[in-house]
Design a protein. Structure first.
Length: 217
């Protein structure tokens, strides 16, 4: 690499500006802030709006997802950059839609109504929507009525699979003795994805306190 740089350098030991731009545009912003002190020419180059735009295109920042929708109205999902500009809008078919926490994933999860009994998983890149089944797992078919208490959605690091986990109570009591059931669904199973019954938690949990390891499912 050093040999190539010496060959490309001009006679006074300075790289041509187009080659310098080609290299600097790939460096992180923190490093470029330090390089502004190298010389006036470097400061001018790094402050050039064209260079700033090129650097931004090489280093896209994280996006922010918001969801707006009043009661009895369909929600609208907006994807914004860090400057607050709307990158994309996605209209949902759900009324009173709310976002679930998805921890920097490529998919987003939207819930409907206060009890969050209905959830849709949306691919913001394509707009494809998958409604999570509302029916309980076949292992829990004997349960006539259940009440969702906690929900978690994430990605398994080792396999890349997207999974959701929910814990439900078999009665509407929030007491310490309220029995709970646990169910898991793998989204990568496509339209045939179904909830699967798993061993329930040792103690009642709610969404505000739930923390699940989908890796061990």
């Amino acid at each position: 690499m050093q040999q190539k740089v010496r060959v490309a350098a001009s006679s006074n030991g300075v790289l041509p500006e187009d080659m310098l731009r080609h290299i600097l545009v790939r460096l992180p912003a923190k490093t470029l802030c330090l390089f502004r002190a190298v010389s006036r020419s470097w400061r001018s180059l790094l402050s050039d709006p064209l260079f700033v735009a090129a650097h931004k295109s090489h280093h896209p920042g994280p996006l922010i997802v918001t969801c707006s929708g009043e009661s009895f109205e369909r929600g609208t999902i907006e994807i914004l950059d860090l400057s607050g500009h709307v990158v994309k809008r996605i209209a949902t078919s759900m009324k009173n839609a709310r976002l679930e926490c998805t921890r920097h994933l490529d998919l987003i999860c939207v819930a409907r109504n206060e009890h969050r009994s209905t959830r849709h998983v949306i691919n913001p890149a394509t707009g494809d929507t998958f409604a999570l089944p509302s029916r309980s797992a076949k292992e829990h078919a004997h349960v006539k009525k259940f009440f969702p208490q906690s929900f978690d959605f994430g990605q398994v690091v080792s396999t890349g699979e997207y999974k959701a986990l929910r814990c439900v109570s078999i009665d509407d009591s929030y007491g310490e003795c309220s029995p709970m059931l646990c169910e898991v669904i793998t989204l990568d199973d496509g339209r045939h994805a179904r909830w699967r019954g798993k061993q329930g938690p040792p103690a009642p949990v709610t969404s505000s306190m739930a923390s699940f390891n989908l890796e061990t499912e």
